[in-house]
Design a protein around this ligand. Structure first.
Ligand code: NAD
Ligand code: UGA
Length: 443
């Protein structure tokens, strides 16, 4: 089948690679010429395990092509996926300007029946909005062309995106048109092999499903962060509590790891967008608002612990903190809404210096933090520790789980580790002679 993907970022490129892997002819369109040039040179612009080899193999076999020319890309395609960004506006609502532009461009070039698929995360009503924009363009051109607009939200996680796309828990298709649903079932058949993985529903339900899923997961995390903070105060250990509640199948072990608060390009913005949708429709969103509030607090919590520690020991001014991890979670170079940014800001505002390391996000970090003269980004994992007063572990990269503690101890001025991800054993740290401050556990 012939597919056009508009927006070649984390979602668009993964979808394109996986759809071409199943034998479809896929053209990726992006407005960013640099991205398209790199892809045409066989290099991908994001870090996503397994993606580069999938992209280069399918490109070499001619099923996957890259272009900035939407008119050409959509010409032979039956399916047009819109995978552009939908960031937060300053008021927390979803910025649909990229989606609107894509809809206008599709309307300007549409000449035969096509299925336009909203894969980006977009508020309820966006499919109707896209339909109206395309129709307006067609009216202006004075042409009549049949088309459908479908909601098909994406549930992949960065760092495991290829796997998630190839083996999804479910594929949601929002459409009232039986013929369109059947065509999408055919396109997705290699991924959603068992029939019950394909869930066809109304367009607005599909749009809402995406926000409900992300907000439910964010709620689990904020709940657990609140429990963790309570554990610290009442003398409990959240690792034990997590094991205790996760064993109940109705609760489960997933997404109940406390930490530095959820980050990334999705949970924070989608939580804010749902709050905004509720407001727009005059509904309450007390629970989701609390999830957001708890997360904003949690994102600076480990920095507050660093400040408290040094304030009680002669002051924070001029102290240096080695930071391990800049990306919002392991296995990605994405720093969008990463807790590392909040933590670094709080610490440098307090007069501290930061020496940071990340296995893959260092280059992004150098760009994003270029204006903060109190931050240096180092190339080696142990480089930031040289003469630093403390180590703060912010991202849960595997290579941070079992480091050379003797080396760390020798390099640090104070043998203190602030662990925002609970990677280490408390008793082991005590035996090694570290002061160890983590999340939801006793120091
Ligand atoms: P991204 O920023 O990585 O990629 C978006 C791409 O769209 C960019 O490369 C940009 O240049 C391009 N673009 C913008 N306007 C364009 C236009 N008019 N024509 C062609 N290309 C254009 O975004 P992303 O992380 O892939 O997210 C895309 C959407 O998918 C968002 O709505 C997001 O919430 C949702 N989503 C993301 C993830 C994720 O893990 N990143 C997972 C599920 C859903
Ligand atoms: C999330 C969802 O998991 C995907 O299903 C969804 O498609 C995607 O958002 C999206 O809509 O874009 P992602 O943001 O890539 O995926 O990463 P997650 O693994 O969900 O982690 C999000 C944040 O929560 C990270 O900062 C992570 O460290 C944090 N987290 C996760 C916790 O603090 N505790 C946990 O138990 C799990």
């Amino acid at each position: 089948m012939n597919v056009c993907i508009i927006g070649t970022g984390y979602v668009g490129l993964v979808a394109a690679a996986c759809l071409s892997e199943m034998g479809n002819d896929v053209t990726c369109i992006d407005v960013n010429k640099e991205i398209i040039n790199r892809l045409n040179d066989g290099k991908i612009h994001i870090f996503e395990p397994g993606l580069e080899s999938l992209v280069s193999r399918n490109a070499a076999e001619g099923r996957l092509t890259f272009s900035t020319d939407l008119a050409e890309g959509m010409q032979d395609a039956l399916f047009i996926f819109s995978c552009v960004g939908t960031p937060s506006k300053t008021d927390g609502s979803c910025d649909l300007s990229y989606m609107d532009t894509v809809a206008e461009q599709i309307g300007q070039h549409l000449s035969d029946y096509k299925i336009i698929i909203n894969k980006s995360t977009v508020p309820v009503g966006t499919a109707d909005r896209v339909k109206a924009i395309i129709q307006k363009e067609l009216d202006q051109r004075g042409v009549s062309v049949e088309f459908d607009v479908v909601s098909n939200p994406e549930f992949l996680k960065e760092g495991d995106a290829v796997n998630d796309f190839l083996k999804p828990d479910r594929v949601i298709v929002g459409t009232d048109n039986v013929r369109t649903a059947k065509l999408l079932e055919t396109l997705y058949a290699p991924f959603a092999r068992s029939r019950d993985k394909m869930i066809v529903m109304g367009v607005r339900s599909a749009e809402m499903t995406k926000y409900a899923a992300n907000c439910m997961l964010a709620t689990k995390i904020s709940f657990m962060n609140e429990v963790a903070n309570l554990c610290e105060t009442v003398g409990a250990d959240v690792k034990e509590v997590r094991a205790g509640i996760g064993s109940d199948r109705r609760i489960g072990y997933h997404f109940i790891y406390p930490g530095v608060g959820y980050g990334g390009s999705c949970f924070p913005k989608d939580v804010r967008a749902l709050i905004n949708t509720a407001r727009e429709y005059g509904c309450m969103s007390n629970l989701v608002e609390a999830v957001d509030t708890v997360n904003n607090r949690q994102k600076r919590q480990i920095a507050d612990k660093v400040i408290d520690y040094f304030s009680a020991r002669g002051g924070v001014n001029g102290k240096t903190v080695a930071v391990w991890g800049l990306s919002f979670k392991a296995n990605t170079d994405d720093m969008r809404e990463s807790a590392a940014l909040d933590i670094i800001q709080v610490l440098t505002d307090a007069g501290m210096k930061i020496r940071a390391y990340d296995p893959v996000a260092s280059e992004n970090g150098k760009k994003i933090l270029a204006d903060n003269s109190h931050v240096s980004i180092m190339d080696g994992q142990y480089d930031p520790l040289d003469g630093a007063d403390a180590l703060a572990v912010v991202t849960d990269w595997n290579q941070f789980r079992n480091p050379d503690f003797n080396r760390i101890k020798k390099m640090l001025v104070h043998p203190v580790i602030f662990d925002g991800r609970n990677l280490f054993s408390r008793t082991f740290m005590k035996d090694m002679g570290f002061s160890y401050i983590s999340v939801g556990r006793q120091p």
